[in-house]
Design a binder for this molecule. Structure first.
Ligand SMILES: Cc1cc2nc3c(=O)[nH]c(=O)nc-3n(C[C@H](O)[C@H](O)[C@H](O)COP(=O)(O)O)c2cc1C
Length: 175
């Protein structure tokens, strides 16, 4: 679904200067949306990164994500937002991993007090929807005002890799 105009008018009421866009991305889909929100509203932007990088290999990545989902592990963040208190509206963007919000989003919410702030999710997924992710936000930021966000189906790394593999199987390599 798409409700970006509603988000925009809501955030404009709060004022772009009081807004923050925080996001995590692995393959860049979520970053495109993050930058557009930030550009349109004139907000600060913060990329969420973990101390320990995730595997580059897709299958290893899926295994790590699944382990962190099941255990509830909150991976340490490389940095936190310098002055989270100065923001009234926080746009929080992430991809869906294993039908829910990825682990570092739980880390982010645990490390930043969003009490009394408006929390606006923007979520990308590979076609299976946003799953349990809103419940994760509500549970980890119980005193924030969670409003309707934006979600969009984007490319899936898995599909791209499979297409490339099929293509490589069709071409004739020299030598
Ligand atoms: C570890 C992992 C798990 C994923 N699990 C799901 C899923 O459960 N449902 C879904 O629709 N997409 C899933 N995806 C696809 C991503 O949500 C989708 O490609 C997203 O747009 C990636 O965003 P990004 O480019 O900002 O990292 C998964 C991707 C990864 C890497």
């Amino acid at each position: 679904g798409s409700s970006l105009p509603a988000i925009a008018s809501n955030a404009r009421q709060a004022g772009g200067a009081n807004g923050l866009v925080a996001y995590y991305t692995r393959t860049g889909n979520t970053r495109v949306i993050a930058r557009q929100i930030s550009r349109a509203l004139g907000t600060d932007i913060f990329e969420i990164r973990t101390v320990d990088p995730y595997p580059e290999d897709y299958e290893e990545q899926v295994a790590v994500a699944e382990k962190q989902r099941v255990s509830g592990f909150e991976p340490p963040l490389a940095a936190t937002v310098p002055d989270i208190r100065s923001y009234e509206t926080v746009f929080l963007g992430f991809p869906i991993w294993g039908m829910t919000a990825p682990a570092m989003i739980r880390s982010f919410l645990s490390r930043h007090d969003l009490s009394g702030k408006t929390l606006v999710p923007f979520i990308t997924h590979g076609g299976y929807g946003i799953g349990q992710s809103l419940k994760v936000l509500a549970d980890h930021a119980p005193a924030a005002r969670l409003i309707e966000g934006f979600s969009k189906q984007c490319d899936q790394e898995r599909e791209t890799l499979e297409e490339v593999t099929r293509w490589l199987g069709r071409i004739e390599m020299p030598g």
